[in-house]
Ligand binder design. Sequence first.
Ligand SMILES: *Cc1c(COP(=O)(O)O)cnc(C)c1O
Length: 347
Amino acid sequence: MVEAPPPTLRLDIDREALAHNWRKLDRLSGAARAGAAVKADCYGLGVENCVPALFEAGCRDFFVAHWSEVAPLLPMIPAEQIAVLHGPLTLEEASYARQAGVRPVIDSLRQAKLWTESGGGPCHLMVDTGINRLGISVSEVPEPAVQSLEVEVLLSHLACADEDSPMNARQLADFRAIASSIDHTALSLANSAGIALGSDFHFDLTRPGLSLYGGVPREELADHIRQVAYPKAVIIQTRNVKAGEVVGYNATFTAPSEMRIGVLSLGYADGILRAWRGASFRHGDLALPILGKVSMDMIVIDLSNAPELGEGDWVELPYHLPDAARQTSVSQYELLTVLGQRFERSA
Ligand SMILES: *Cc1c(COP(=O)(O)O)cnc(C)c1O
């Protein structure tokens, strides 16, 4: 076997910052404990880099969306700490949940019946209080198929927690009313932004995702949350262009004077979208502006102010999520999950 050379783009994961963010969110959750949304491969950062660190920090409640996301977690954490948000669509999925020992989140009357008819057992229950995605509706709570479930965590999900919307208080009131009409062992309403809405929203368990990974959905969290993911790339070529020469597709950049430029080994195929046009990479305190359009596998930067940088050197894309979202108009969630598989993720 020939060993492949190391990749020329990296996503460095700061596990210490991740653990810090979970502990912070756990503390900000007051009397409630914080869980962790680890769906979509920990929002793109890699379950193997994140889940053990979250477990070590003290997290015991993990949420994924798909059944396919269970298997990679089973070697890392106890099965009963894993909840599958999309619930069982088929008998096969219900039987998988039971055999693996993970908790399905029951999201409809149909899922409630399927779960019970296939053998029942402990589950979580999602009630829809207004987002109209997944969850049984409030009017279905009295149904025998729902009342007979063995509900551990009764959940609902906020639609507008990152805004000061009257919807938050409405959903809170509806959730409280439902809580008294079905047996359960714990209640859970808040995502990352919901934690910042105050103790009324905390109940027994919070479910942060974005803020674990460095996202700041509400200003109240800004001082508490640290950056976790750092995209970096190698300069694979440098060249000199004369005044009047152009750079990249459609020749959108024209050199105003002679300049030294560098070609980086990443592009929109790696999730560095064209929305980054006009932004800058960084080396220490030096800003290295992006020139022209982002290509699929390459980005060109201005090295005029960085004569010491050359081929083989690493530069970093500033990825402080709230700033990056303002810069690109791409949401903080998308900025994380869009990062591609050519990045070597390491903690
Ligand atoms: C993704 C998700 C979360 C986490 O939300 P963030 O906004 O990332 O904190 C919590 N609960 C449910 C049901 C989710 O789908």
